[in-house]
Design a protein around this ligand. Structure first.
Ligand SMILES: *Cc1c(COP(=O)(O)O)cnc(C)c1O
Ligand SMILES: [Zn+2]
Length: 500
């Protein structure tokens, strides 16, 4: 629909103008800094930052129900800059002119309800939000759309030129960073650091295909992160890890999308996300808080973060019920099929601690929980989900395992509806499925295949056939008829088919 076809009262709000005034705010010392410079940690105390809108209260002048209509009407527009995360412009980056926005198809991923059989297994109604259907096949694209739109804005303003963007990654951040940077090929180049052998071949192929400089580093993600931090402190580079607060801001769209897809009714809803570097759960909490503060949603949904017992620092932190006594201790990670979340020292931990507190306070009760699952449960749940019509990655399986656990221990009730984040596409992690199906998991993973879930191709080549087709050497005449007849008969026998 064209803008002039919309109702008069919505017209002034339909196409957002740059407004407001974002600043970086330090979570350690509360210092504030302007956004004309790229900043990742507080120059005073070294803690992480969040982007803050000092004029946020102006958004409360528009009533919640009007905001809902604004977003719903914007859904009908065919303006690319408003098709992705900037549909929620006033909340995602109010200072951003629409012509600086980069939209590659991210955000607004489908929410797919599970069939009855899976819901019985889980013990409640639930949906997968298929973040693998983002352009680089993971949720990281929302944050990159935000970070690279901001860089494009800085370039246009003349604040920076010839940017070298870098990140450390468990695979998907680098895929997303390299993709979005390559779109700005005239001004931005990218370099990504990956833990050697700890990303899947598909994830390695992605930044290579986008033309990034790709560096493999011995160790795990936490080691790569140290090197990237050293590079960003000592050289003129743009850091694209979730330390970069623009990433978090963009990823808040995840919450807004869920709210919009459920008609802004968050009563009895539970949002389940895996936790690695903790950028995702930070953004999810922050997003719901903003919609709650402006009356766009009336209730804060329950949030459950899930960690594997092989990479569980956040889970361990919240095991201590007394907030005064909690001490954060990084863990040494062990191999995990939820490989993109295999992080022992999450960069966003201070943000999590701050926001969990805010969230629970505003909700008037505990509404954020962290649970732990086994590697075995993650694999079994992923494969079970996908045998029931989903395209969940291992982290999606981790969410389902987390939901089942939450139902069992009474965290989630029967009448609730859960939304599970399948953070990437199943295809990125098909190597773990291969290991499961061929029983080749190294012992450290602690995964034993359930025969009922194993599947493998069967070669059909009847022994009595003299000739079979080959590429460039097709069969003809009797040979072809015999081949078709014998091969189809063999398949029919295996499948126990009855003759018509
Ligand atoms: C990055 C990533 C995670 C972990 O998200 P954090 O924001 O680091 O907590 C989970 N799943 C996938 C597929 C990822 O790429
Ligand atoms: Zn500070």
């Amino acid at each position: 629909m064209k803008p002039h076809d919309f109702p008069d009262y919505i017209q002034p709000h339909l196409i957002p103008e740059p407004s407001g005034n974002l600043i970086y705010r330090c979570l350690g010392c509360n210092a504030e800094f302007g956004i004309e410079k790229l900043l990742y940690i507080c120059p005073h105390c070294g803690k992480v930052l969040l982007l803050h809108d000092p004029d946020f209260d102006r958004l409360k002048k528009i009533p919640g129900p009007t905001w809902r209509q604004i977003f719903d009407y914007r859904r009908m527009l065919n303006i690319p800059a408003l098709k992705g995360i900037y549909r929620y412009h006033e909340f995602i980056g109010p200072v951003m002119p629409l012509d600086a926005v980069i939209y590659l198809g991210e955000g607004h991923t489908p929410v797919v309800e599970s069939n009855r059989r899976l819901q019985e297994l889980a013990g409640c109604r639930f949906y997968f939000k298929n973040d693998g259907q983002n352009p680089s096949a993971s949720f990281k694209d929302r944050g990159m759309a935000s970070a690279l739109s901001y860089i494009q804005y800085l370039i246009r303003q003349g604040h920076v030129s010839d940017v070298l963007a870098i990140c450390a990654s468990t695979g998907d951040t680098s895929a997303a960073a390299a993709l979005y940077a390559s779109y700005l090929i005239d001004h931005v180049t990218s370099a990504v650091l990956l833990p050697q052998g700890k990303v899947t071949p598909q994830q390695l192929a992605q930044p290579l295909g986008s033309g990034a400089s790709v560096f493999e580093i011995p160790g795990v993600f936490d080691d790569c992160m140290k090197i990237v931090e050293a590079l960003s402190e000592n050289y003129n580079v743009a850091l694209l890890n979730s330390k970069n607060a623009w990433r978090i801001l963009g990823q808040e769209s995840y919450s807004y999308e869920i709210a919009q897809d459920f008609e802004y009714d968050m009563a009895n809803k539970t949002v389940v996300v895996p936790i690695g570097n903790a950028g995702n759960i930070t953004a999810v909490m922050s997003g719901f808080l903003k919609f709650y503060d402006t009356g766009i949603i009336d209730v804060l949904p329950k949030i459950i973060g899930v960690q594997s017992e092989h990479a569980n620092p956040v889970y361990k932190y919240y095991l201590e019920p007394d907030a005064e006594k909690r001490r954060f201790t990084p863990v040494h990670v062990r191999p995990s099929v939820a490989q993109a979340a295999m992080i022992g020292n999450p960069v966003s931990m201070p943000r999590v601690i701050y926001l969990v507190d805010e969230y629970n306070k505003k909700a008037g009760r505990q509404q954020v929980f962290v649970s732990e699952v086994t590697e075995q449960e993650i694999m079994d749940c992923q494969l079970t989900a996908n045998r029931n019509g989903h395209v969940a990655c291992t982290h999606g399986g981790e969410c389902l395992a987390g939901l089942i656990a939450a139902r069992k221990n009474g965290l989630v009730f029967e009448g609730e509806t859960a939304v599970l984040d399948s953070t990437a596409h199943a295809l990125k992690f098909s190597g773990f499925q291969d290991m499961y199906f061929s029983d080749r998991f190294p012992p450290e993973y602690e995964v034993t295949p359930d025969p009922a879930l194993v599947n493998s191709p069967q070669l059909v080549r009847p022994a009595d056939l003299k000739a079979v087709p080959e590429a460039g050497k097709p069969l003809e005449g009797d040979d072809l008829s015999r081949f078709v007849h014998r091969t189809s008969a063999e398949i029919a026998a295996i499948l126990h088919l009855e003759k018509v």
